[in-house]
Ligand binder design. Structure first.
Ligand SMILES: [Zn+2]
Length: 638
């Protein structure tokens, strides 16, 4: 009576045969009960029939010495190992998964500045082992004679059903060329003698672009997007296969003559999607493409190529959620700001001492087809009895909102956080005006009247210039300039803004900048943190989102500010380096390594609001920490 055995990950007929005491694999492969699966590689959960071992009887003359040799049943196996301790090779634990390296390809060590051991160095190397994502392939081959053998590595991609559910694996990429880019033959070197003879590869890494691959051709494996399936195919869903073809096997093409081991990229529980929308502004309402020629397909490519590659290092990937990637009409001049930056209350008198002071403007809604509606707003602000009773910007705004609201116009007041260096109660207010019939609202002066005659409280109409969106002067840097706030308030609902990232593509932000991020500022004094819908967003220049590959990491960098809730760091190879570069070369600013770096940030101990300094964070670990805690609403599980 034989028995049925269920194959596990990595099993072959030979490994099962060996485990059951057979000296070779033929009795299992050739058994009629296994005929259906005998011609292919075993899959986990395959049922394999193991026949009884046939007892062999032998006779020999007594009183002579008869030599019998026990056949060695040990089979050839492959393991992925980390080799992170200079320990006994056989005791090195097997790696449970592989991960995309965050190191510069030719660098190693705890600070990322040491040399990464080369392609001929199969021995332990302390600096190389400091990269927790470097790995080695180990071939256990008790009977091989050569000092060096070859193992084939290749990357498999999942097959998807309806673009989401994974239904199997494939090593055939969109073309033979794409498949070839993802294969690498590596040399393994004899590391331990017989009988437990093991061969080891040099330290290897998974990389996501050709530049890193070229940096160490022999020691890298390309796990990246594939043009034809670019959007659906996740880097973090891929799998690495190592294959060794037994040299003694007469049928080398036969899958049964191979030792195979497969390992997935990233541990499922660690993988995260961050939820993202991108709005590209049109230069004029109704234009067919966005500003600077940026169109939706260009943005999709930027997101599913460069953004995805950058965050694969952190076990994260972008997930585009509703309303998705879309073109937006430019914001109209439909926002007012009372007492920007200073947050001053109104004095109720003019600089000439006349009371009341006034705030005046005209609303016009263009409903298309030549239909417009308009309205004059004129708010007197009486002089209060005492300075303590001066109306705050919010009180003034509430009076204006009450006057604006009617059948045509709807206004909403948003109190801003105070700017740094201002008292906590000095809060400016933005008022957003919409047309209830969906027309485009424009706010203008009423004739030649000043918007505000108040001596202390100012009133501004916010007109966004998409070719110069101000970065925001120092005290309002973290709140954002009025123009930036107009973009954020017009296109992000307060409620929606808490669980997604929004990126807006404009012509340019301030001269000299490529983008601008809006952070939660978790360490900042609670009174000063920017309110929703300002955090978790960024504004980037069109040149970083067009159809070229220039400035490939600006989007990733700006979102990095949000996801790390931190400012800049060094060296220049870090994604969060202050100066973005225009190409994706090996030394460029694109790394998110598990290395402690000094980041600028607000001090957790706010002895005064805005107190800041430099703090050591492990870039990859901080991303993971925040994604599980303070910023978890921005993420979906894998
Ligand atoms: Zn930056």
């Amino acid at each position: 009576m034989g028995e049925w055995v269920t194959a596990q990950e990595g099993d072959s007929f030979c490994s099962i045969a060996a485990a059951c005491g057979f000296v070779n694999c033929e009795p299992l492969i050739n058994h009629a009960a296994n005929a259906e699966i005998a011609g292919r590689q075993l899959q986990p959960r395959d049922r394999v029939y193991v026949p009884d071992i046939t007892e062999r009887r032998d006779s020999a003359p007594t009183e002579t010495v008869n030599r019998y040799q026990r056949l060695d049943p040990r089979v050839v196996r492959i393991r992925f190992v980390r080799d992170e301790q200079d320990q006994d090779v056989a005791n090195d634990p097997e790696a449970p998964y592989l991960e995309v390296s965050g190191y510069k390809t030719d660098r190693a060590g705890t600070s990322g500045t040491d040399a990464f051991a080369g392609a001929n160095h199969w021995q332990f190397h302390r600096a190389s082992s400091a990269d927790p994502r470097a790995f080695k392939v180990e071939l256990i081959h008790p009977r091989a004679g050569a000092a060096r053998l070859q193992v084939q590595l290749e990357v498999l991609h999942p097959r998807y059903l309806a673009g989401v559910v994974m239904v199997g694996w494939d090593e055939n990429w969109s073309s033979a060329g794409e498949a070839a880019r993802r294969r690498q033959e590596i040399t393994v070197h004899r590391a331990t003698p017989q009988p437990d003879q093991r061969y080891r590869s040099p330290y290897l890494r998974l990389v996501v672009d050709e530049q890193d691959k070229a940096g160490r051709q022999q020691q890298t494996l390309l796990t990246t997007d594939d043009q034809a399936n670019e959007e659906v195919l996740e880097i973090l869903d891929q799998k690495v296969r190592a294959t060794y073809v037994l040299e003694s096997c007469t049928r080398a093409a036969d899958v049964r003559c191979r030792a195979v081991r497969e390992l997935e990229v990233s541990e499922r529980a660690r993988k995260r999607y961050f939820r993202l929308c991108v709005g590209v502004f049109r230069r004029n309402p109704g234009d067919a493409v966005g500003i600077g020629g940026v169109d939706v397909p260009h943005v999709r490519r930027r997101v599913f190529r460069w953004l995805r590659r950058a965050y694969a290092q952190a076990n994260m990937a972008p997930k585009v959620i509703d309303p998705g990637i879309r073109l937006l009409d430019p914001p109209s001049a439909n926002m007012l700001t009372i007492s920007n930056i200073n947050g001053n209350p109104a004095s109720g008198r003019t600089s000439a001492g006349v009371s009341p002071s006034r705030m005046r403007f005209t609303l016009t809604a263009d409903r298309g087809g030549g239909v417009t509606v308009s309205k004059n707003v004129d708010l007197p602000i009486p002089r209060p009895a005492t300075p303590a009773e001066r109306p705050t910007p919010l009180q003034v705004a509430n009076d204006l909102v009450a006057q604006i609201n009617d059948a045509n116009f709807t206004a909403t007041a948003f109190e801003n956080s105070p700017c740094l260096q201002r008292p906590a109660h000095r809060r400016s207010v933005d008022i957003l005006v919409r047309d209830s019939a969906g027309g485009r609202v424009t706010i203008t002066r009423t004739g030649t009247n000043p918007l505000s005659t108040d001596r202390t409280a100012t009133l501004a109409i916010v007109q966004v210039n998409l070719n110069a969106v101000p970065y925001g002067s120092t005290p309002e840097e973290f709140l954002g300039s009025m123009q930036a706030r107009s973009i954020l308030r017009n296109f992000r609902d307060v409620a929606d803004s808490r669980d997604r990232l929004d990126c807006f593509v404009v012509g340019r932000v301030s001269p000299g900048f490529l983008g601008r991020a809006f952070l939660a500022c978790l360490n900042l004094h609670a009174d000063y943190r920017p309110p929703a819908p300002i955090p978790y967003a960024c504004i980037v220049n069109a040149e970083t989102m067009d159809q070229s590959d220039r400035y490939p990491y600006v989007l990733a960098h700006e979102l990095g500010h949000v996801l790390l809730d931190a400012w800049h760091t060094n060296p220049g190879s870090e994604l969060m380096y202050a100066f973005a570069q225009s190409s994706p070369g090996m030394g460029r600013s694109k790394r998110l390594p598990p290395i402690r770096r000094a980041y600028g940030n607000f001090h957790p101990n706010q002895t005064h609001p805005g107190h800041h300094g430099n703090f050591y964070y492990s870039t990859a670990e901080r991303l993971e920490q925040l994604s599980r805690n303070e910023l978890r609403d921005l993420f979906d599980s894998w």
